[in-house]
Ligand binder design. Sequence first.
Ligand code: RAM
Length: 491
Amino acid sequence: MSRNEEFLKKAAALLPKLHHMCISPLTPYRGRTLKAGESLCLDFGDHYVGTVTLKLSFTGSHPDAPAWLRFKFAERECELSENAAEYHGWISKGWIQQEEVHIDVLPAEISLPRRYAFRYLQIKVLDLSSKFDLTVESIEADTVTSADDGALASYACQDAELEQIYAVACRTLRECMQTVFEDGPKRDRRLWMGDLRLQALANYETYKNYDMVKACLYLLAGDTLPDGAVGACLFLEPRIEVDDTRMFDYSLLFVAALRDYVSVTHDGDTARELWPTAKRQIELAKAFFDGRGIVRDSDRLGWCFVDWNLRLNKQASAQGIYLYCVQAAIELAAALGIMRDAQELLAEYAEKKSAALSWLRDGRGLFVSGEERQLSWASQIWMVLGGVVEGQEAAKLLCAIEHEANAEKMVTPYMVHYYVDALISCGQREKALAVLRSYWGGMVKEGADTFWELWNPEDPGESPYGGTIVNSYCHAWSCAPAYFLQKYFGK
Ligand code: RAM
């Protein structure tokens, strides 16, 4: 791994402090007695992130055996009825927010071992001697976020549905704002490049913590993969360390995130200092193109995320993402006055754009991906965002894909964010607003307090991991409405 200690020092100095707030469940519970097999479900009224401490006691005879309890934390109530033993997916069971505890001596004060993301807590007595009952005396959560609630930009548009969608989006972002912008406080609880970009955009319109974005950019630039690639994600503990996961699109999106940051803050020093990292991402991506100027097919590209639709061929999307990020690099180079880089990037852009037009379109003008010439929403969207088609032509393309029943669809709010962005870029604002209402509004109708990692209205039980029990229901890449509503659909 390649570390730049100066960058990491700079980041450390800018990382935010956590604000603590002590809360208790809204459900009345004090003095509740529980016998073996009984359970208590507590509702904290909203989504929180924090640690939990309980005071427990007993009635009846002196306890003659340990109390054996199970604690389940849930972001959505439906998670409480999931069975951890039935999950055999590819992401670790370790993420499941569940503890089993034996309490030898009562009364006792116990602090559960982890930080949890939750609205609900279920306490189940797995076993207890029949000579006494367990009593719950008090439950407190020490909740944390680095978001400053007082700084949140209000959104009043005389439309209750949109205001609610905005509030849920901001709550989502708030809960993911911890020491860094976490992808989700339930899982994976770390700084992911692709997630960061969307969180930063929402943050610019809401909490406006510019230093936190700057810190995250310096972290990612401060510990890269050995060849200088920005890693897909980064750990903070026990020490700052880039993950060894490499993703074609996430490395490139560093360039877009830096461009966004600079265009909002006009922070020229950061632009200058991080420009070599940005430029390096474009250079590294060049190795993935064939002689025609087309990015290698999915099977040779390595991991390029795009979306959690597991059938998606990523080739065309990758080409679009590359073009999108080259455009961002051109803007940065021009802003920095590095005209030689800007000129070179312009030539690179023109070449790869024309290759996309020549090789990735079918006879009807739709973009296709991979050897099988797969049709997908993602491919059209990224070609629009990459500027391969523009204006009316782009609007027509995004309309045409709606009528292709076999086209691969989007399943994450992450990808739908880019769809909304593409619609706005070609003047389809009304349509963009309709998507915000139907997609994010759809989650609100399903009872979302915070927006989810994955939402496929056609298959609400979908999980890319082999089981919804590890899905995250507060995932900051889904806070798009906070950004779009505030920026484009204000008063
Ligand atoms: C999920 C993470 C994160 C995302 C990656 C690709 O597992 O939670 O949000 O960036 O996938």
